[in-house]
Design a protein around this ligand. Structure first.
Ligand SMILES: [Zn+2]
Ligand SMILES: [Zn+2]
Length: 268
C-alpha cells in the first residue's frame, strides 16, 4: 500500500470530482491512506468530518502561514482541537516568505503557537517552509520541536537544507515538484534522505506531477511521485510503497489506530 502524506481533499473542486471518486481512484493506485491537512480554523471541522466519515482519511488541525483572514489560534485552543483522537498532527504551519514576507512577524508568532500546542498534546507537526529556511529551522530549534518531530512537507530545497531538518528529527516529504525538469537539487535530496525519514505526498489540489502538470492534482497521483522517487533511489515501486507507508504510520501513530466513526468534535 501507498500513503499520500499531505493533501487538501476539501479544496479539490467538487464540480470536477466527488470525494468518493477521489478515494476510489486513489485505491485503484493502491493509495490506501491519506492525511488531509487543515489550513484554517474555518476548514478544520470540514477536514475532521472527512476523517470521521472515511476510514482511510486522517486529519490535522492548523492555520496555514499565508492565511491572513479568519481567527488567529491560541495555544489552548489549538491544543484542545488537536487532542481529538481523529487529529493525528498539528499543521500545516510554518513560514512562507514567498507570498507572505510582509506578514513575517505574524507568521513567526503563529508558528510558535502551533509548536507549543503540538508539544502540549504530543502530536507531530506538519511544516510548510518556503523562502524562509533559516527562520523556520531556527524557530523549530528554539521551540524544541524535536520533542514531537514531524514532516517538512512539499520539500523544495537542497540536500544540505534537508540535512539540517533531519538533524532536528524531522521527516522529509517530496511532492510532484521532484518530477519537474528544473528540480535537480530536490532530486539530489530525494536520493540522500535516510530511508526511515522519507515520505511522499501530492499537496493536492496543487502541484500535479509529470505527466499531469496543469491538471488539478489528486491523491491518486502520489503514485507518480512514489514511482519517480523509487527510481531515483534504485528501489522497486513495491519497496518504496512499503517504506513510506511504514514511515507514515510510525510518525503519525494516531493514523494507524484511527477510529472509523468518532463522536462529534468538541467545541473550540
Ligand atoms: Zn504547504
Ligand atoms: Zn498543504
Amino acid at each position: 500500500m501507498l500513503v499520500d502524506s499531505h493533501c487538501h481533499l476539501d479544496l479539490i473542486d467538487p464540480d470536477l470530482t466527488s470525494i468518493e471518486t477521489l478515494l476510489e481512484d486513489a485505491a485503484a493506485q493502491d493509495v490506501r491512506h491519506l492525511l488531509c491537512v487543515s489550513v484554517s480554523l474555518d476548514n478544520a471541522p470540514v477536514v475532521r468530518a472527512l476523517a470521521a466519515r472515511h476510514a482511510q482519511v486522517s486529519a490535522s488541525v492548523g492555520v496555514h502561514p499565508n492565511q491572513t483572514d479568519g481567527v488567529e489560534p491560541t495555544v489552548p485552543q489549538l491544543a484542545a482541537l488537536a487532542q481529538d483522537p481523529l487529529i493525528v498532527a498539528v499543521g500545516e504551519t510554518g513560514l512562507d516568505y514567498h507570498y507572505g514576507a510582509e506578514h513575517a512577524d505574524l507568521q513567526q508568532a503563529r508558528f510558535r503557537t502551533h509548536i507549543r500546542a503540538a508539544r502540549e498534546v504530543g502530536k507531530p507537526l506538519v511544516v510548510h517552509m518556503r523562502s524562509a529556511t533559516d527562520d523556520t529551522l531556527r524557530i523549530l530549534a528554539e521551540e524544541r520541536a524535536t520533542d514531537v518531530g514531524g514532516v517538512m512537507h512539499c520539500f523544495t530545497e537542497d540536500w544540505p537544507t534537508a540535512r539540517r531538518a533531519l538533524e532536528l528529527g524531522f521527516h522529509i516529504s517530496f511532492s510532484g515538484i521532484v518530477t519537474f525538469k528544473s528540480a535537480e537539487p530536490i532530486r539530489d535530496a530525494a536520493r540522500q534522505v535516510p530511508a526511515e525519514r522519507l515520505l511522499v505526498e501530492t499537496d493536492a489540489p496543487y502541484l500535479a506531477p509529470v505527466p499531469f502538470r496543469g491538471q488539478q492534482n489528486r491523491p491518486a497521483f502520489v503514485r507518480q511521485v512514489a514511482d519517480f522517487v523509487a527510481d531515483l533511489r534504485g528501489l522497486s515501486p513495491a519497496e518504496l510503497d512499503a517504506l513510506v507507508s511504514r514511515n507514515f504510520f510510525a510518525l503519525f501513530p494516531h493514523a494507524a489506530s484511527k477510529p472509523i466513526s468518532a463522536p462529534a468534535a468538541q467545541p473550540a
